[in-house]
Design a protein around this ligand. Structure first.
Ligand SMILES: Nc1ncnc2c1ncn2[C@@H]1O[C@H](COP(=O)(O)OP(=O)(O)OP(=O)(O)O)[C@@H](O)[C@H]1O
Length: 237
């Protein structure tokens, strides 16, 4: 399955954005001790764009991913993923929409110990009810693309940290999501592996035209992003 060439123009009109947050505020905690984790955030990410979001500890980075991924409903504002406002959906509809349109890459790859690299991808497809010929083929293509074809039958205990992270990236892409949310992908890796992983993320973002948001503390990888935004006290600048 080939998609059109990546857009070079990342100007994110409402229509073009695969992910769009408008006026998103998230308040957490009790009435007495309320924290504004996100404060009137507006954000639009286009297909094929890698956006890096950085910011100090407690600035709202995890909250941003949780809201963008539909894991947390904002106190105010709208969150459009692939044209649908997640905040208007019922819980089961949101879960279904999330599964269909959003891929996640975590800080640690979070692979199943008993499954091979290929099986990690196939399980994701199976859970989504999409373990068909096309998806199996896509899984093999992705393992090839992330340089893991030769180790597709290895379990995680026989893979390095960087290799596990590569499998995690391939797994996040197996259902061809429009939006890819990435949480500190390099924090467990040495410099060389971190560079490989972020370059791979950038390449896959372009190849698969995902709108990718990567939260990171790691300033050395920011050059791989098309755009860098900073969160401070829940405000995005
Ligand atoms: N469940 C919660 N209840 C109350 N406050 C919370 C809760 N979760 C997070 N917060 C607060 O919301 C703010 C944003 O937290 P968040 O975890 O999004 O920041 P972060 O930038 O991801 O931090 P880090 O880089 O340390 O992971 C912080 O002030 C945090 O203390």
């Amino acid at each position: 399955m080939t998609r059109p060439a990546p857009a070079t123009d990342h100007s994110t009109t409402a229509e073009a954005a695969a992910l769009r947050l408008t006026g998103v505020t998230l308040r957490l905690g009790s009435d007495q001790q309320q924290v504004t984790a996100l404060d009137a955030v507006d954000l639009a990410v286009a297909p094929g764009e890698l956006l890096a979001v950085t910011g100090p500890s407690g600035s709202g980075k995890s909250s941003l991913l949780a809201v963008a991924g539909g894991l947390q409903n904002p106190t105010a504002g709208t969150v459009h993923v692939a044209g649908v406002d997640l905040t208007t959906l019922k819980e089961h509809q949101r879960t279904a929409h999330r599964g269909r349109h959003i891929g996640y890459v975590f800080q640690h790859a979070n692979l199943f110990a008993s499954l091979t690299a290929r099986e990690q991808l196939l399980l994701t497809a199976h859970v989504a009810g999409r373990l068909d010929h096309e998806t199996r083929q896509r899984a093999d293509e992705l393992l090839e693309a992330v340089g893991m074809a030769a180790r597709a039958d290895h379990r995680p205990d026989r893979l390095s940290g960087g290799e596990r992270q590569r499998v995690g990236i391939a797994r996040a892409l197996v259902l061809a999501p429009e939006v890819l949310l990435v949480d500190e992908p390099t924090s467990a890796l040495d410099r060389a592996r971190a560079r490989e992983v972020v370059d791979l993320l950038a390449a896959q973002t372009r190849a698969h035209r995902t709108a990718t948001v990567m939260v990171t503390h790691d300033h050395e990888i920011l050059d791989a992003a098309d755009r860098v935004l900073t969160l401070r006290d829940g405000r995005l600048t």
